[in-house]
Design a protein around this ligand. Structure first.
Ligand SMILES: C[S@@+](CC[C@H](N)C(=O)[O-])C[C@H]1O[C@@H](n2cnc3c(N)ncnc32)[C@H](O)[C@@H]1O
Length: 280
């Protein structure tokens, strides 16, 4: 499981792609009294600035769900609101979704699906709990060196024992280097969604080696399984791998540069067609 403190500290070094996409988030209409899900909400880091203001303004109700109890504890402690609540859950597990029977107007999932091997199953589950005319809005990483670094660290004998199920975290498009956008559009079409938009948001990130190793360590889903006394050794191993990587460029001023591309997409469940989405 991720460590919420390390995650929050390290993630500030990545560009917040949602900042660049607020006009696309604003394109989704909100009505009074909606029921909204933030799936894979983590600490609520993205829920609070991007979703809570609209939730409050429309007197709606926002449910954050995440499979990590540590993340949910942090979300509940840090984001008190009459309009939002956070609960542990995994929609992939039988009886694992805490809001059984609730039908949602909108489902958001930010920075989560690239960690879910069974992301197509999650999309199908979303469909089953979405109102006709309801929206799903997804944002997830499709290109970043941390995927490969995680696979490489997981193969080193001294860390492999802590990270046995690592492949369960990678969707097929990562494992097989497929085009993530095509894969998403195809999967959503098969399930029955109507595509409203999908776009790739590209960025180049520059970080010091220290900040980059902290970042990739914080993104290791098995971090809390590894004794913290071993973190300096783990960090040193990450640093070695990072410096060996071809797609991380050292630019002469002690900073590393790497690609961080995101897929942003909005789909709708057919029904109630004239509900005001503003096309790009
Ligand atoms: C990188 S964090 C992003 C958290 C938050 N959305 C944000 O933007 O900061 C990914 C989160 O997805 C959660 N997650 C991964 N797979 C999940 C699943 N199958 N069900 C629920 N949550 C999941 C993890 O526990 C983690 O908190």
């Amino acid at each position: 499981m991720w460590d919420p403190d390390m995650y929050v500290k390290a993630i500030v070094n990545l560009p917040e792609c949602l900042d660049a996409l607020t006009d696309r988030l604003d394109a989704i209409p909100w009505r009074e009294g909606e029921v909204v899900l933030d799936y894979g909400c983590g600490t609520g880091r993205a829920t609070v600035p991007f979703l809570l203001p609209k939730t409050v303004a429309t007197n709606s109700r926002l449910f954050g769900v995440d499979k990590s109890s540590a993340m949910i504890t942090t979300a509940n402690e840090g984001n008190k609101s009459d309009h939002a609540s956070y609960a542990v859950g995994n929609i992939l597990e039988d009886g694992g979704f805490p809001h059984e029977g609730v039908i949602f107007d909108k489902i958001f999932s930010f920075y989560c699906l690239h960690w879910c091997k069974e992301y197509k199953k999650i999309l199908a589950k979303f469909y089953s709990i979405l109102k006709p005319g309801g929206y799903i809005c997804l944002l997830y990483v499709i290109e970043c060196p941390h995927f490969l670094l995680l696979q490489q660290i997981g193969k080193l004998p001294k860390w492999a024992g802590y990270m046995k199920e690592i492949r369960d975290h990678f969707p097929d498009w990562i494992e097989h280097s497929q085009d993530a956008r095509t894969e998403l559009e195809k999967s959503c079409k098969e399930i029955g969604y109507e595509k409203l938009e999908s776009l790739v948001h590209k960025s180049n990130v520059k970080l010091t080696l220290d900040a980059f190793t902290d970042l990739v360590m914080s993104l290791n889903p098995y971090l809390s399984e590894i004794p913290s006394a071993l973190y300096p050794e783990l960090k040193a191993d990450y640093a070695k791998l990072i410096l060996d990587k071809g797609d991380v460029v050292q630019d002469g001023c002690q900073e590393l540069q790497f690609k961080h591309d995101m897929l942003f997409a909005i789909f709708r469940k057919p029904g109630n067609e004239n509900n005001g989405f503003v096309r790009n």
